[in-house]
Design a protein around this ligand. Sequence first.
Ligand code: CDT
Length: 317
Amino acid sequence: MARLVRVGGAQLGPIQPEDTRAQAVDRMIALLRQAAGHGCNLVVFPELALTTFFPRRIMQDPDEANVYCETTMPTPETKPLFDEAARLGIGFYLGYAELAEEAGRKLRYNTAILVNGEGQIVGKYRKVHLPGRAEPDPTGVTKNYEQRYFTPGNLGFPVFKAFGGVMGMALCNDRRWPETYRVMALQGVEMVMLGYNTGAVRWAAEGNRIVQMPSHLEMFHNHLSMQAGAYQNSTWVIGVAKAGCEDGEELMGGSCIIAPSGEIVALARTLGDELIVADCDLDAVKWGRETYFRFDVNRRIEHYGLIASQRGVIPPE
Ligand code: CDT
């Protein structure tokens, strides 16, 4: 018998700097109700879903970013989302900025949580691959300062038994790194949920010229990385965007639900609040893992020719 999870990918249109968390939560509740109408068990929201994508701007003092962070979850502003989801019996993945206190230090993490259909948090992930810069970019092309505001995640890539399967989480830039999927696949992941905020247009400094990168590549790489991650690890991948013109930056949409075959089975058509839905059979991961990707049999780490230092970062010549 199939192990079906009906998943809603809840893409959000832009959240402007002046928008409140309560406004964002209202929009998410509207999408949750739509998902309930479709019979969804699980809804995936984007990365940093409660606020504007604040790391696109440089703040002199990184601690100014604390106003965008949550110290606990649920907060009074997000409680209505938890309550409505529990009332509807729908679980959800939510990306937000976390301000944690660890060993007497305050640290910010780019975080995602998994909440079950009873409104209980059953998993937490902190973004490992932080893109962008920590220091101001003299060329002005950088639209991402996550390295300035966040500490790399210290929870690894854990997986969680929930929704009748093995669930994993990742955030945005993580999707471009094969390790993200493989570390979870080696723990048996069956569905990777991933929220993202990615510019539709990218600029680069070439000498003293600023050039626009070919814009078709942004969406191509977005889907390529998630489809490859799904196929090469035989897992469902749910990629959900924040989209549209946010604080002057065009964010790409392209939210999608990807089967373990690597095929996109649901795709957003707009740059606004939009729900995409697919029935995800968790048993569909088995075919790939019993044929091309038998990790225990065909994966030959002892033959990869790695020396100890190469298992981490390979030093330059
Ligand atoms: N949010 C996020 O991780 N965005 C990055 C943009 C990187 S720009 C250097 C992404 O990989 O989509």
